[in-house]
Ligand binder design. Sequence first.
Ligand code: ADP
Length: 261
Amino acid sequence: MQEILRAENISVGYKHKQVLKDLNLDIEKGKIYSIIGPNGSGKTTLLRTLSRNIKPSKGKIFLDGENISHIKNKQVARKMAVLSQIHGSNTDVTVRNLVIYGRYAYKEWWKGDNEQDKDIVDWALETTNMKELANDKMCNLSGGEKQRAWIAMAIAQKPEILLLDEPTTFLDINHQLEVLELVNNLNKQNNITILMVLHDINLAAKYSDELIVIKDKDVYLKGEPWEIISEKNLKDVFNINGDITKDKESGKPIFFPRLAR
Ligand code: ADP
């Protein structure tokens, strides 16, 4: 298996607070990974560091084998797209124009949109089921539609890997599933590697090939859902008890949480 993203001994912090310490992580091409862990354990910090939004105080990050700090922004954007948790959605920009921004990674400043850009924008709108809403303004969309529009913009970059920070936040359960099905299709049909932060452990288990548990400033556990979702680990990481069964649809583990006493 070929790796697409690797963190080598990274340490990250804010002013006097160290959040991650000597962390190592390998992300293989073609898989879906979810980062889980207690609040404040550093999941968002890890994602922001891997996407070059935060510079680690120590260590290196490699994107497709190249040290990310030596690659130009546009080059990074052609391989990696990032959807952060907080983005303004109340603008009156149309969905289509938002998605066109995704093509900027491929543009020289003196060139306008070409046929290929138009085809890719159409493909991104189609793939995310946003074609009919293409001329609507972002501020008039529902939460689920907004999220699909942002995903359309991200995939218009034609990335090999997509990083998403809690893409289901603020969505009701039906729309959470819709967004995760879309992410799953992007992986299966377009071979985009997915690395996302998810707070719902059951949904993370259902949609991921591997789970990455962040705790004690490091990758505490990493493996397939059935390796990670055990009574011992739920107690250890989240301080909960749980009855674990098998999800009929996905064959993945699912649990009913109970407060540990
Ligand atoms: P998680 O995503 O697991 O909830 P975060 O990565 O958001 O965790 O945060 C990890 C720790 O770093 C928390 O203690 C948080 O308060 C702190 N932190 C996050 N962002 C900042 C920031 N911009 N400045 C200072 N501290 C921060």
